[in-house]
Design a protein around this ligand. Structure first.
Ligand SMILES: Nc1ncnc2c1ncn2[C@@H]1O[C@H](COP(=O)(O)OP(=O)(O)OP(=O)(O)O)[C@@H](O)[C@H]1O
Length: 244
């Protein structure tokens, strides 16, 4: 039987930052599995990013339970959660969050440094990761010298630095043209299908929906619909291009 990597049950969340609390998620049940690309879609404000943050344990839900490999994470303190995120998760955010004064290699090395990897080994590993996402020719480029698609691939390489079992991406193709978006989503699909990682993506982008093994629609903080799409049978064209 397939075991869930992440399981959220009865998750609700309210933000208490304004004069009145705003409930943004209501009684959500979601399971995430290794080897699948799960997409969270829905209108703006429906709670997709909030749910991604809760599944990634960047945010604790107001109520409900999130388990990681069967272990309840609710009682963990901030330090334990930070260690958990470092160990299991790779995050890719829309704005890339690359350091402008660091090269592509150095941007990936920052993550390895956090993981306690020595500088020399980190440099080697960062280069390997960048080559694996097709950036072997741009190792020493600064973010400003890269296209948006290349910057996104640096962000993907950095998210993979700790060899995470779970990769989470918020709008990974939103800022990309069609060709770069396709390459990015194929790369993320490869991480799920060929490397058995669990990949969770929040997206508005109709061009990439077909890549999801499952698509969960959120409407006003609730799950409106789950769709299963067939797994792509053919190997990624990125392989043929020698990018992976
Ligand atoms: N830190 C916060 N404090 C208060 N309200 C918040 C906070 N973060 C999000 N919200 C509110 O929660 C609701 C859901 O936001 P969320 O970002 O999860 O939606 P989304 O579906 O990802 O939207 P979009 O597609 O526009 O990014 C929105 O109404 C938003 O204004």
């Amino acid at each position: 039987m397939k075991h869930a990597v992440i399981s959220a049950s009865g998750v609700s969340h309210s933000f208490d930052t304004g004069p009145t609390p705003v409930t943004v998620l209501r009684d959500i049940d979601v399971e995430v599995y290794a080897g699948e690309l799960l997409m969270l879609v829905g209108p703006s404000g429906s709670g997709k990013t909030t749910l991604l943050h809760i599944l990634g344990r960047l945010l604790s839900p107001s109520s409900g339970v999130v388990t990681l490999y069967g272990k309840n994470t609710q009682a963990l303190g901030e330090e334990e959660l930070a260690a958990l995120r470092l160990k299991y998760f790779g995050f890719i955010f829309q704005a890339y969050n690359l350091f402008p004064v660091l090269t592509a290699t150095e941007n990936v090395m920052v993550m390895l440094d956090l993981l306690g990897v020595s500088r020399e080994i980190a440099r080697e590993r960062a280069r390997e990761l960048l080559k694996s996402v097709g950036l072997g020719q741009r190792l020493d480029s600064f973010p400003s010298q890269l296209s948006s698609g290349q910057r996104q691939r640096v962000a993907i390489a950095r998210a993979l630095a700790g060899d995470p079992k779970i990769v989470m991406a918020d709008e990974p193709t939103a800022a990309l043209d069609a060709e770069s978006g396709l390459r990015a989503i194929e790369l993320l699909q490869m991480l799920a299908h060929q490397q058995e990682r669990a990949v969770v993506i929040v997206t508005h982008d109709p061009r990439i929906l077909q890549f999801g093994d499952r698509v969960i629609h959120l409407e006003d903080g609730q799950i409106a619909e789950r769709l299963a799409t067939p797994r792509a049978p053919s190997p990624s064209p990125l392989h043929a291009m020698g990018a992976l």
